[in-house]
Design a protein around this ligand. Sequence first.
Ligand code: PGA
Length: 253
Amino acid sequence: MADRGPRPLVAGNWKMNGTMASLDEVRRLMEMLSGARMRCDVMICPPATLIAPMVRLVASSPIKVGGQDCHSEAKGAHTGDISAEMLSDAGCSGVIVGHSERRADHGETDSLIRDKAAAAHRAGLTAIICIGETLEEREAGRTLDVVTGQLDSVLPPSVTGDDTVLAYEPVWAIGTGLTPSLEQVAEVHGAIRARLRARLGGSQGDAVAILYGGSVKPDNAGDLMGVANVDGALVGGASLKAADFMGIIRAYE
Ligand code: PGA
């Protein structure tokens, strides 16, 4: 892969998986990463219960820790929610916002996601903003309209090339073992890049990393990460096992 564009990021989204015992996988990953010279950043987004112990565990390693969601406000009467400021205080450096499972399970809208991304920026976190079409939308030939429309709606005014990562995740590819063709990935990532450049200007628009997410595995990571304008991966299932996650990170060896 060419050494230009944003620094790639391989981020693991553990979703609602993992207990203290799962930190053993992180210990294994740290061993695999020690001495390796990767041309990418590595982040794990565990459930909130594991953020603090994971931050302590990875302190001496290059692994970063992120949240899976945040509230749009800094504090207040919102039972069960966690603010971006709290994630930052716990040692996170980023947070996923707008994952399709949050959109489906909690009815999150583009405007709420924009407010959450702004909250991440306010707290000094990298906002990893997810967008992507459903199968119905793809089959109707609406993929580019849907994805660029979401992009226009979810970017807060605070966005810069340094504080924002986009994750293109086709909803139908998440957890299914299905992936778009490399041509389809190139088409969508190219459209996202063009829209970012139009919105932020060439240099800031080029500085935003655009991750691909949806059934990324060790055996398809090299091909997917080699597509133009793919600057890393957002990985669900395959991030739970150190060997699998490392197999994906190795696309940037
Ligand atoms: P998957 O999930 O890798 O298990 O498909 C990706 C995601 O939801 O970010």
